[in-house]
Design a protein around this ligand. Structure first.
Ligand code: SAH
Length: 213
């Protein structure tokens, strides 16, 4: 495999900065994190390519640009409490942790949960909290969250997540009636009011659960 540092540098320059992402903390995180360690060894050489990759169990690690876009749109500040639904490989959670956020992440598929937990330990991300559960129910004991990021797409916005969002708070979630094609919805809570803004089309794996498919 070509030097991962150079591959990452190129990924950030050509796929992320070139498409308008400018958040310093997002760019730093994606320049630093060994994305190739978040996929199976056989796929490591493709880890910095411009697309999603399979991580087993029919799931995927998101395209680098989508991770960058969501991380920027979230406007997560260091020290903020952030809930992620859909740990998957753990890459998005690690990006947020590298940005200084206090990350809570929920995954429903056991082998992915254990693989992500091992990765966090190996990479010394001791501060990331993980839970094996249906994330459409949120993480009530730890709420409220300043930020919520859902990295799987469902037919509606799960009500428990809106309830567990802090005020002020910001949430990003792919929502769509068709499977694997959604709108990325930004939800803002401010002074008791909840607003929704459409941020464009995305394609995520299904959000499966009580408030999902
Ligand atoms: N953020 C991940 C992307 C993983 S793909 C990464 O950086 O790699 C989406 C993940 O959401 C899958 O692992 C899938 O199992 C998980 N998922 C789907 N529905 C879920 C639910 N209700 N609760 C928790 N995880 C869920």
């Amino acid at each position: 495999m070509v030097d991962p540092v150079r591959l990452r540098e190129r990924m950030v320059r050509e796929q992320i900065e070139a498409r308008g992402i400018a958040d310093r903390r997002v760019l730093d995180a994606m320049r630093s994190l060994p994305r190739h360690k978040f996929v199976e060894e056989a796929l490591a050489s493709k880890a910095y390519s411009d697309g999603p990759l399979p991580i087993g169990q029919g799931q995927t690690i998101s395209q680098p640009y989508i991770v960058a876009l969501m991380s920027e749109l979230l406007r997560a500040e260091p020290g903020m409490k952030v809930l992620e639904i859909g740990t998957g490989s753990g890459y998005q959670a690690a990006v947020l942790a590298h940005m200084g956020c206090d990350v809570y992440t929920v995954e429903r598929i056991k082998p992915l949960f254990f693989a992500a937990r091992k990765r966090f330990m190996d990479m010394r991300f001791f501060s990331i909290k993980l839970k094996l559960d249906d994330g459409t129910m949120g993480w009530p004991d730890e709420s409220p969250f300043d930020r919520i990021i859902v990295t799987a797409g469902g037919p509606e916005v799960p009500e428990p997540l809106v309830a567990q969002l802090a005020d002020p708070g910001r949430m990003l979630i792919p929502v769509g009636q068709g499977k694997r094609l959604q709108s990325l919805v930004l939800i803002e809570k401010n002074a008791g009011e909840v607003t929704r803004i459409d941020k464009g089309d995305v394609a995520f794996v299904d959000l499966v659960g009580k408030h999902g498919w």
